[in-house]
Design a protein around this ligand. Structure first.
Ligand SMILES: C=C(O[C@@H]1C=C(C(=O)O)C=C[C@H]1O)C(=O)O
Length: 444
């Protein structure tokens, strides 16, 4: 294994100054003291090449901001309300909490037992890449440590991330089989009956696939491939206990910076064309297709309705735009607004989640139908994932186009919005397009 230099980066003088200043302001419980230092790119890159499917860590890349985070170690868990923060470096903002929430249906199996229904944790360390600069954040709590202690702890954590573990080769699938076309058709027909009777306007049904991995997954390769192939998507990987949940999502759930809010309405899909002309024809047809526009508008009108009491200056383009990805294109309406000062960010998340892009309309009825018709646990698939800070800022994605690695299996998930006029064969094809980003990582 290459030697990792990151253990040596602490600048003694700055760190001591930080400890002293932290001692002065030290008066609350649950305070996070964040020491941020720039590190050299080689340390970061060498760690990245060595990262394994072991330990507990969280990786989140928001390419449109040129920022990625690798968070590891656990200082606090689920204490969002109580934590205040003292940062040493004022120039650069670092998120406080990383984590996410599952799609809100109680689980029937053990597939997701390595994750919690909802978790927001304060990591011990965060490696951040911002444009061409690299930073290490060390988070400390009230039992402040000295430099050798912190360095040792960092070395231990890095070892956990980079050391491969021997695996027992005998495993059984936790959720055997898959949703094949016949099962899918019956589910879509049942949903269409409910739509025709007027019980729901839209419901998003998903299917899953299980594949055996032929060899150990190479995590650094997964990250590199996803980042290269999906340069406009959120790239996320969350490793916890024996599971790795990961994906490349085109969908922003919510982004909050001070009072600026932005949300994606993303729904309505079509394949990519074989050449530029065909691609444009397909996009044009999608922009004028009443079924897809209905699916899309269900999401947009829901978002506008849910934020109207919390925000002002709500803006969005009059007609949807097209978001093009490698295998698929979508109808997309970006919504921006200014949040009323008195609203906590968590309230907005609760009001919006899950949107009709992954659930349906009316929400509670669609949730009931999904619970009744789907035969697997969605878990973190179609949940939310990302970061928040103690000041109410947040960057969360809808965790779609995702897979779960567990033992020697990869579980893949994809869904689509069902509305009046949906056809089970076409929707099945659409799920295949949506499964591709993950499937191609292992079987191309
Ligand atoms: C549910 C998924 O995607 C969602 C459903 C879409 C649709 O039905 O057209 C499009 C984008 C996403 O909001 C998925 O990828 O699994």
């Amino acid at each position: 294994m290459r030697k990792l230099n990151i253990t040596l980066i602490y600048n003694n003088k700055n760190f001591l100054e930080f400890i002293n200043s932290s001692n002065i302001i030290r008066s609350y419980n649950n305070t996070v003291y964040s020491y941020i230092e720039e590190i050299d790119s080689n340390s970061y890159k060498s760690l990245f090449q060595e990262i394994k499917d072991t330990g507990s860590w969280f990786y989140f890349n928001t390419p449109f901001e040129n920022k990625s985070y690798l968070a590891f170690g656990n200082l606090f868990e689920n204490e969002t309300e109580k934590i205040s923060r003292h940062e040493f470096s004022a120039d650069i903002r670092i998120p406080t909490f990383f984590g996410g929430a599952m799609f809100p249906i109680p689980r029937k199996t053990d597939l997701w037992s390595d994750f919690k229904t909802e978790e927001w944790f304060v990591p011990e360390f965060i490696l951040m890449k911002y444009e061409s600069k690299y930073f290490l954040t060390t988070n400390l709590n009230d039992s402040l440590l000295n430099i050798p202690d912190v360095s040792n702890r960092l070395s231990r954590r890095l070892k956990e991330l980079t050391e491969a573990v021997e695996r027992n080769e005998k495993h059984t699938e936790l959720n055997s089989g898959q949703v094949d076309y016949n099962t899918w058709r019956m589910q879509i027909d049942a949903a269409l009956d409910q739509i025709k009777s007027g019980y729901v306007d839209k419901v998003v049904l998903a299917r899953y696939l299980v594949k055996t991995l032929k060899k150990e997954a190479e995590v650094s390769q997964i990250i590199l491939n996803l980042e290269e192939r999906y340069p406009d998507c959120y790239i996320y990987l969350w490793r916890r206990k024996g599971s790795l949940f990961f994906g490349a999502s085109p969908e922003k759930f919510i982004s909050i910076r001070e009072s600026k809010l932005s949300i994606d309405a993303l729904a309505g899909s079509a394949k990519r064309g074989k050449d530029k002309n065909e691609d444009e024809e397909i996009a044009e047809a999608l922009l004028n297709d009443s079924k897809n526009l209905f699916e899309h508008n269900a999401v947009l009108s829901y978002i506008l309705d849910r934020i109207k009491d919390y925000a002002s200056d709500i803006k969005h383009p009059e007609r949807p735009r097209i978001k093009k990805l490698r295998n698929i294109q979508h109808l997309w309406t970006p919504v921006t607004a200014v949040i009323n000062k008195e609203v906590p960010a968590g309230d907005l998340t609760k009001r919006l989640f899950p949107t009709p892009a992954v659930c349906g309309l009316p929400k509670e009825r669609a949730l009931g139908l999904i619970k009744k018709l789907e035969t697997f646990d969605r878990g973190l698939y179609s949940g939310i994932l990302g970061w928040k800070d103690a000041e109410g800022n947040a960057e969360l994605t809808v965790s779609i186009r995702s897979g779960l690695l567990r033992n020697n299996f990869v579980y893949l998930f994809a869904g689509c919005g069902i509305v009046d006029g949906s056809d089970s064969k076409e929707e099945f094809k659409e799920t295949e397009l949506k499964l591709k980003p993950i499937l191609n990582l292992f079987y191309s």
